[in-house]
Write a protein that binds this ligand. Sequence first.
Ligand code: NAD
Length: 495
Amino acid sequence: MKQIHHLVHGVTREGTSGRTSPVFDPATGTQTGELHLATVDEVDSAVASASAAFQEWKTSSLALRTKLMYNARQLVLDNVDEIARRLTAEHGKVLSDAAGEVARGIENIEFACGVAELLKGSISSNASTGIDVKTVRQPLGVVAGITPFNFPAMVPLWMIPNAIACGNTFVLKPSEKDPSAPMFLAELFQEAGFPPGVLNVVNGDKVAVDRLLTHPDVKAVSFVGSTPIAKYVQETATAHGKRVQALAGAKNHMVVLPDADINMTADAAVSAGFGSAGERCMAISVVAAVGDVADPLVEAIRVRTEKLTIGPGDQADSEMGPLITAEHRDRVASYIDQGEADGAAVVIDGRKNEFDGDGYFLGVTLLDNVTTEMSVYCDEIFGPVLCVVRCETYQEAIDLISDNVWGNGTAIFTRDGGAARQFEEDADAGMVGINVPIPVPVGYHSFGGWKDSLFGDTHMYGPEGIRFFTKAKAITSRWPNPADSSVDLGFPTNQ
Ligand code: NAD
């Protein structure tokens, strides 16, 4: 069985805790790996490696950092298939989806290749006579990243390229459920030529996370995961004097106006609702159907949903893979039980699908006539369950979004430009799509939600990522009058 350890100071460091966590292939239910969970001492040694590396890395030239980032980009590009294979083997998502995840991660490496431009700073000459003021941005030191199971390659790449391009050194704590892809990415960064200690990986659980949140040498924590843990991470790390960005859970609404293109909208709802088995923080989990669009829309979604092929992620015809664990699959199924008991109409029932073998599969479920007090509406299910809430008016749909505790992403489907523009203004969420169901911003814009979808101030990656991983320094300088210079500059002297 594959043993998964840590990567510290550029080499594999074997775990010594004796505590392990199983890694499964969700498509078969078989254990494929054993993850060694870090001790406090092992985390300390990763932070010490990063601290030592910071002393030189912070002064490395922008030219070197850019060159190494280009190397990393090429290596990741050359290995997309292998990274995708690892993602599918431990997460379960279909291979095309896994390759798409890597592509979205590469965008962030490409953004960081422009670090020389991004760190240019600003200068005001002659702010006062003979006085110049400039602002530069400097790295923070050792920064930590703690990442979730659902994007094991992309989310670390939301953080690592910008953090190290800015001159910081990094300690990554990936999800214990699917660690092979992030470990491989870290190896590729070593191969790209980043010096030992610039990027370390500690695998672990709460013990490792808690040490990172409280370690005096960790200056910032970048977290992505569920809302309760995000809140805990933010509270704990800020109490220990760290800068924190903690991206959290979601319940994303897709508003459909009566004039929407039904085919386009139904295609979008199916891919955004059930892609990656609904285990995406930007998945659409609620369709807010306004007015008389509801009946034809539910029918169009039903027809498409019934044609979805569910199977192992490495099979060419699979459009949706299994869920991450057996417990999670059962939890999702229990939400469907509860939704039905609460009076939702089960248009398609994923519980009825039968699958061969012991994989963590569940069919897709479409629930209609969902209301806001039902648990299927209130909770983040994080599975292939799409809820339709029928609204009489646009304003009712807007109120749904505003009243929801989360505000990650939302989208509107309409042919009306004026309505779409109004929605941009009204939507109470950090990322908005207009006829785009999953509006994940490209790498040169930043990603982040509002309300309980983000704890901290700055969004992740893009320009806000650069701000998060650097601190500003303003320098005011005055030089003697050139006329008084000891070097003859050709000025008349003051004498
Ligand atoms: P999770 O919160 O369970 O785990 C995230 C990380 O926190 C993991 O590395 C895990 O080891 C660690 N962790 C878990 N429990 C902990 C504890 N008690 N103390 C300290 N650390 C702990 O999240 P998950 O199940 O891996 O991921 C799914 C969640 O992530 C969903 O809620 C999803 O919406 C969210 N998510 C959000 C975004 C976003 O950008 N907003 C992106 C991806 C995923």
